[in-house]
Design a protein around this ligand. Structure first.
Ligand SMILES: [Zn+2]
Length: 357
């Protein structure tokens, strides 16, 4: 079983103060869960750490969550000085932009990583498409007006209100609609991988494209930066498979997203059971918003559901394994991986997908 979680390190609405500023500017916040998307606090991260640490698999290992990080935020101070005409980025290694504050957050990430309950991976340099935003900044229309209003309140964007910002490697708007060129993608991925290495003192080995929008140019650029595992969304739950770059593709199979939709725990267990019956890992998607608490407490309900889910899994499956992406890679490529007590062998069977159907 794997847990994969996106959007760590990416700022949204700047807590109560930013929320009030935006409301005063006429942005009618409160209509959608992502209007309450802020940024995790050290307490949020520590609470997940403690929960995962309490849970053990059949080898005695703690549960582990793969966290996909966005490596830079908008540098709102610089952008404001430029008269809101250009994009400037602030890498996570330089801290948080403008008036954003999160005491102890980066230490909380690192403490979980040291404890083996968090496994950091690469989401991107930004979550939005820079081309789409640059294009909007050159105009004077309702889109660019909303963007500047948000930026004055130190919020980069709220996706559901403005899907035209797209995703890092995919521009939804004309001109230059579609995936970014191979060169542009490679440039962004190289920069993000560099910040990742500096921030975590280790290279990224697993990646997940923002919005799951990746093409073969994205895959090639990832492979060039040493990525071994590609995370895919739950749209087409294929079994794990190797691609032309010898990267392992993992497809999420279960969405546990209590901030959007809450299902009874039995339903999640049924889905996991279905995965194991098919001989594939249960790969759970749970986005960072579900652990946020600063504007709205999404965290309590998520921790409650996750606790129930893990407890039920441990009871029901006595040979359960909690693994992260690189363990899955080792299992697929070598039939074994390293757990707390030593090497664990896992029987792996490969199916020729071309003849299966
Ligand atoms: Zn994301």
């Amino acid at each position: 079983m794997l847990l994969q979680s996106d959007d760590w390190g990416r700022v949204g609405v700047r807590d109560k103060e930013g929320y009030e500023l935006l409301r005063a500017e006429g942005v009618r916040l409160g209509e959608h869960p992502y209007d309450f998307y802020t940024l995790e606090t050290a307490e949020d991260v520590t609470a997940i750490h403690e929960l995962l640490k309490r849970h053990r698999d059949s080898t005695g290992r703690s549960a582990c969550m793969g966290m996909n990080f966005v490596m830079a935020n908008l540098d709102f101070k610089k952008i404001s000085k430029s008269g809101f005409r250009d994009i400037s980025l602030m890498p996570l290694t330089d801290g948080l932009p403008g008036n954003w504050k999160r005491e102890g957050l980066f230490e909380a990430y690192r403490s979980g990583i040291e404890d083996g309950v968090f496994s950091p991976s690469l989401h991107g340099l930004t979550h939005f498409c820079q081309l789409a935003i640059e294009h909007a900044l050159g105009k004077s229309n309702p889109q660019s007006h909303l963007l500047r209003t948000l930026w004055r309140a130190e919020t980069p964007y709220i996706y559901w209100r403005m899907p035209w910002v797209g995703y890092e490697y995919n521009n939804p708007e004309k001109p230059r609609q579609g995936f970014l060129s191979a060169e542009l993608q490679a440039k962004g991925i190289k920069e993000a991988a560099g910040i990742f290495k500096k921030f975590f003192s280790r290279a990224a080995t697993s990646a997940c494209a923002p919005g799951y929008r990746a093409n073969s140019d994205t895959h090639k650029a990832w492979a060039g930066q040493g990525i071994r595992v590609v995370q895919n969304g739950s749209g087409s739950p294929l079994p794990p498979h190797m691609d032309a770059f010898e990267m392992l593709h993992l497809h999420r199979t279960i969405d546990i997203e209590p901030s959007q939709k809450d299902l009874p725990v039995e339903k999640y267990i049924q889905l996991a059971e279905g995965c194991f019956a098919r001989g594939v890992p249960a790969i759970i998607s749970v986005h960072a918003i579900n652990f946020h608490s600063s504007l709205k407490d999404f965290r309590s309900a998520t921790l409650y559901s996750l606790d129930e889910f893990l407890t039920a899994l441990e009871r029901k499956f006595p040979n359960l394994l909690y693994v992260h992406d690189m363990d899955a890679y080792d299992i697929v490529s070598r039939g074994k991986f390293r757990s707390v007590g030593g090497t664990v062998s896992v029987g792996v069977r490969s199916v020729d997908m071309s003849v299966r159907s």
